[in-house]
Ligand binder design. Sequence first.
Ligand SMILES: Nc1ncnc2c1ncn2[C@@H]1O[C@H](COP(=O)(O)OP(=O)(O)O)[C@@H](O)[C@H]1O
Ligand SMILES: [Mg+2]
Length: 251
Amino acid sequence: MLRLENLVKRFGGLVATDDVSLNFPAGSLTAIIGPNGAGKTTLFNQITGHLVPTSGKIWLGDEDITGLKPVAIVRRGIGRAFQIASIFPSMTVRESLAAAVTAHRRSAFGLTSAFPCRDVADRADELLHLLGMDKVADRISSEISHGDQKLLDVGLALALEPKVLLLDEPAAGMGPEERWQMMATVQRLWKSANMTLLFIEHDIELVFRTAEVIHVLRYGAVLASGTPDEIRGHPDVIEAYLGRETEEDPA
Ligand SMILES: Nc1ncnc2c1ncn2[C@@H]1O[C@H](COP(=O)(O)OP(=O)(O)O)[C@@H](O)[C@H]1O
Ligand SMILES: [Mg+2]
């Protein structure tokens, strides 16, 4: 489905993406982990067209999408959650989702085409339910909790019905309990939407319990790839990543 081929991104003398070749099969749930500054976000920014790779290629199926503009990449079905809950600050959660559904249908079916309001409302309700946000459906978006705003960001991305969804630290800034809930929700959404999902997360325990496949980045390069069990037992990862975590947090 999505494939990175010898991807390199340099910022001046810094190699932020160092010859990365990765394959994300259709329907897979993959985590990208690695220390701060490892190049995780830079990798996402190249996939979404926000950064142009220095060299290498990005394939979506058999189309080379390297260097396409973000809007062209969204149109091909690669979505990403931005922190945009506040794009519609005065709307309720339900209205924000309905607005995103409407925007998506307009771009998919043309500006002038009419589609039944009930249809949009049904889809918005379906998303509310998937997100587990029924209880806050009628609250103003800018007034809900940080965790719910992050969920809404994911919902707004989902409204565009992406084939591939990228989530950059969806649980950042949340308390422990909320983080688990967020990842459980992400896993549920992935199962129900039948999409290819990539997420970045630095909490290793969350990643072990959520992802099917993990790629570990360090200094821009892929240090290791494997299932949670393989990564847990990988000597390089233990030394480079888990080892340090353990020192910082003896618990
Ligand atoms: N636009 C940019 N210009 C220059 N350097 C950048 C830019 N974006 C990221 N970097 C650098 O690239 C490296 C990787 O950053 P990033 O991808 O944000 O890491 P991560 O998301 O893994 O924490 C860092 O050293 C960062 O300072
Ligand atoms: Mg980052």
